[in-house]
Design a protein around this ligand. Sequence first.
Ligand code: ATP
Ligand code: MG
Length: 658
Amino acid sequence: GAIPPIDFRALLNDEQFNAVTAEPGPLLVLAGAGSGKTRTLTYRVAYLLSKGVKPSEILLLTFTNKAAKEMLHRVHDLTGVEPARFWGGTFHSIGHRVLRIHGEAINLPRNFTILDADESESLLKQAVEEQDKLFFKDKTNPRPGPLFSVLSLSRNTQLSIDDTVVQYFPQYSEIKMALPAFASAYAAKKREQNVCDYDDLLEHWLTLLIKAPEVAAYFAHRFRHVLVDEYQDTNTLQAQIIDKIATHHRVMAVGDDAQCIYSWRGADFENIMTFPERHPGTVIHRIETNYRSTPQILALANGVLNAQPKGRHFDKELRASRANAQKPLVVQCIDDREQGDFIIKRIRSLMEDDGVSANEIAILYRSHFVALETQLALSKAGVPYQITSGVKFFERQHVRDLVGLISFVYNPSNQTGWNRIAVLLPKIGEKGAQKIYSAALDHAKLMQRDFIDALATDDVKSKVPKDAKDEWDSFCSSLAEVAETMKNDKPFKVVEMAIDGWYGDYLRGAFADYIDRLEELKAMVGFAQRFDEMQDLLAQIVLMNGETSDRKVDPDAEAIKLTTVHQAKGLEYDVVFVIGLADGMFPGRRAIEAGDVEEERRLFYVAVTRAKNELYLCYPKVATRAGPGGMLLQPSRFITELDEKLYDPLRLKRSFGW
Ligand code: ATP
Ligand code: MG
């Protein structure tokens, strides 16, 4: 039907209006956080429809599928056009759709299957072992996981494997010559089995656009308008897809170079800087008014931007449009626990006294382990919360391994825990793990000895595959030490002992980012300090997992959001708590050691600009995860480098309340 008239003038400011109603052609909207970039893109879709463009002629690329859905719902409200009539979503989901229909043009059969991350890694492992049987035997070589990361980054950045190793993975320099052959073997395997990994959804899409000109021409004709949100976080592969699909240059990209936070996945904000070169005649639109946040929050956000070293970025300043309010609070807490207590009290008062809805409150952090205590505090206080981001702390592989190990030692009849850890040994699969388990069980019964002691006997060791024998002894003695500690000491000591033993060694060999993972496991030590009994610790972990597992979460339920800053991109909340703002936590230690904290600073900027009305920046004075007594922390440099006039300090004193 006809589109009802829309009063764009009334709904948009002048800058937004000009962008929304601009002549078709390359358009780049560069603007700071909360200035209405996403809104501009949404209204642009409505505007195009009002000019007679058909929904099928518009391609909308967003960072999450949820974002696309929300934008198209808004379009529906404005125009009455059903969301289902558009192609809108992430690059991966659109790539998938394209390949299902047109993949045959590059010999990709229609019925291909998509591999998840685990499946991709194990196929790569298989491909490598067919080339070089001994590759993974050598402990100095990367395991399949890290190897996959190298190849994946090289594909997303479109750099050669050689350059990728030199720039991002210097630790693998010695073996880099072997990698291209592995990459081809892996690609051949995928072809043979008619499967795609996630990167293929982009890579094959680009190949299709290059190798099948008739398909490329069809798309250029079909999608007369291409719109891209969060353009600063596109990687080279994605930028090339856009360039190839929009050879007509009717492309509108919106972004904020100061919010580029995915360079570890190959995002490169050079893409935004060079957009005008790649799309001649680009008209740049800037929006300077911020509609989201109070002037006080914006002043602080501007302070963060001004602390950036001079370099290659667009200068911008956010202009406030809202009424004055209180300054952001910088909250110094004694430790994680007090940080959690503070947040609970504050949230209670926000919800009960000020009538703020739980959905409008978010707790943001750099990585999940930072939020353990807060999570516990929320659980205990019975405040409903949701963890809305990717893999949660207790679901992380290494965390589950460690919990598996400990719960197995706590209760050796728990075979799940056993299966989880035994398969980490070389050449032991599920069947082997069960075989060893039964042997140990028989032995323990027969000799009336402890199950863990039985593991170390020759009887049982004879069931262990040759390749695992070396590790077996340290595995058994580590389990015995953990068991011994469990008898005599507090749970946190047990956790410490487990990390210091065999599992710590395994971690070092298994993950390229083992330093980060080790740090997360140490957070478990701090967490465990709250418990006197092992069973309480284990029960709490199960409980916290249950509360946050996706299956039980109703996305519309009233609940406080706990999320990493990465996952909060593009979103907004009335009240935002950023927690764990100590140097070494945010910015993280690795960034500090590498001497480059700029990406972390942009991440901090993203965090503070999520807040509409109230912003709390919290940091613990002492890191409990270093053990009792703890380690003294410094407030984040991102706070200390700010002008003190930009916030109010709040120093908590546990015994006096606040
Ligand atoms: P981010 O950089 O975080 O993605 P953004 O630039 O995409 O932010 P939006 O999310 O589009 O910003 O807008 C921020 C908030 O300001 C939203 O609540 C939006 O509805 C509101 N807003 C934007 N423009 C206007 C306007 N002209 N009038 C009223 N409200 C507006
Ligand atoms: Mg946005």
